[in-house]
Design a protein around this ligand. Structure first.
Ligand code: SAM
Ligand code: SF4
Length: 388
């Protein structure tokens, strides 16, 4: 896995804006996304701005390095909503000259038509949910777009935005290593500087969980899944886009700065239904989360000026665990010194030694600790051992 250059100033500060609406619910998805016949967008827009003002009061002096419109489907937002939110952010905080402003988009033709207006509003990076490069699998995944539409949307994104990325889901039912290699090779011909490649996971309370439990959805077994993972790493490495995080690949310099803030355990605020935040205070980090239900969130924000349902100081142990959980996903790994600062303890030397001996983790020349190529396919187990 490749290493991204860590910004000199530390992990930085970002803002996440959650738009919780979609045209339909995909059968694999457990994100906070809802289908509504109608949305009172001006009210949601005003409430987002109210929440931004609330978060600005507790994060004075921060410089915004990234804004991320995630969802749900933010490409269903009116461009004037995106513009109004970005104007509010610029009013409440100082913006870095190189601020990254990403908007997640679904690749239907209607949404691609709005790309230019998003750019005029200040968006400079698009992240498209392509998911598959064949119509049969797009259908299986319950997607509303065809391969042809996805390609058209990618062309528009490439011509409109300085930077763009797209997501694919692999380890789909019936997918062979050979078929995935061919699909990935095709995907690479349309890639910019960044690709997110996720193994299909069956999430609780989704349609796919019900289908799997009924024996109607059969996923690749562990051996096939491992073959698909290995093929992914090999193909992407050869293409000059190695993984800088377990599921994210980029050409050097093309990494998502927003996600790096999360993984490097930087600071971020989240506004909108079900958004999370982590804010540094002299006493330690606060973990924040908002009400998930969209209309309930709206009512609470209008009444109280914010939608926070969780705003707690994390214990040293919790901070250390989160730091490990996030940082070890990165190819660059972690600085043990920062773990000590957050957790108030050292990593267990015997545990580290044994994981090094097993080839699961390794030290870099500059003293960082990172998961090895052999450790990444079993990352959860490695993190659990280190956090113990
Ligand atoms: C917030 S979601 C979706 C953004 C956008 N609404 C879309 O669908 O294109 C971000 C990404 O997570 C991935 N994802 C969501 N659920 C998944 C699952 N169960 N397994 C693997 N990847 C998943 C998809 O690739 C998706 O594009
Ligand atoms: S995958 Fe994307 S479009 Fe589908 S329900 Fe989830 S957030 Fe909405």
């Amino acid at each position: 896995m490749a290493r991204a250059n860590q910004a000199q100033s530390g992990p930085g500060f970002g803002i996440y804006v959650h738009w919780p609406f979609c045209l339909s619910k995909c059968p694999y998805c457990d994100f906070n996304s809802h289908v509504r016949p109608q949305i009172d967008e001006p009210r949601f827009r005003a409430a987002m701005i109210t929440e931004l003002k609330h978060r600005a009061a507790s994060t004075k002096g921060r410089i915004v390095e990234s804004v991320f419109f995630g969802g749900g489907t933010p490409s269903l937002m009116q461009p004037q909503t995106v513009a109004a939110i970005l104007e509010a952010i610029a009013k409440y905080w100082k913006m870095a000259a190189s601020v990254e402003v990403t908007l997640e988009a679904n690749p239907t033709s209607v949404e691609a038509e709005r790309f230019r207006s998003y750019r005029s509003a200040g968006v400079n990076r698009a992240s498209l949910g392509i998911q598959a490069f064949n119509d049969d699998d797009l259908k299986l995944l319950g997607r509303m777009h065809s391969k042809a539409e996805a390609l058209a949307a990618l062309n528009v994104a490439a011509s409109v935005f300085d930077r763009y990325s797209f997501d694919l889901i692999y380890a789909r039912p019936g997918q062979s290593v050979k078929a995935w290699q061919a699909e990935l090779a095709e995907a690479l011909t349309h890639a910019g500087e960044h690709l997110s490649l996720y193994q299909l996971t069956i999430e609780p309370d989704t349609m796919f969980e019900r289908l799997r439990d009924a024996g109607k959805l059969v996923l690749p077994d562990m051996g096939r899944a491992r073959g698909l993972w290995d093929a992914t790493q090999e193909t992407m490495g050869k293409a000059g886009m190695p993984a800088y995080e377990i599921s994210n690949h980029a050409r050097p310099g093309g990494e998502s700065r927003h996600n790096l803030i999360y993984w490097r355990y930087g600071e971020y605020v989240g506004v909108g239904p079900g958004a999370h935040g982590r804010i540094a205070t002299p006493k330690g980090r606060r973990a924040q989360a908002t009400e998930r239900h969209p209309e309930m969130w709206l009512t609470v924000v209008e009444a109280d000026g914010h939608g926070l349902v969780e705003d707690e100081l994390l214990s040293s142990e919790e901070q250390g665990d989160e730091f490990l959980l996030m940082g070890l996903r990165l190819a660059e790994g972690i600085e043990p010194r920062r773990f000590e600062e957050f957790s108030g303890r050292r990593l267990d030397p015997a545990q580290v030694k044994s994981l090094v001996a097993e080839g699961m983790v390794e030290y870099t020349r500059d003293g960082r600790l990172r998961v090895s190529a052999a450790g990444f396919p079993v990352l959860d187990a490695v993190v659990a051992d280190l956090a113990a």
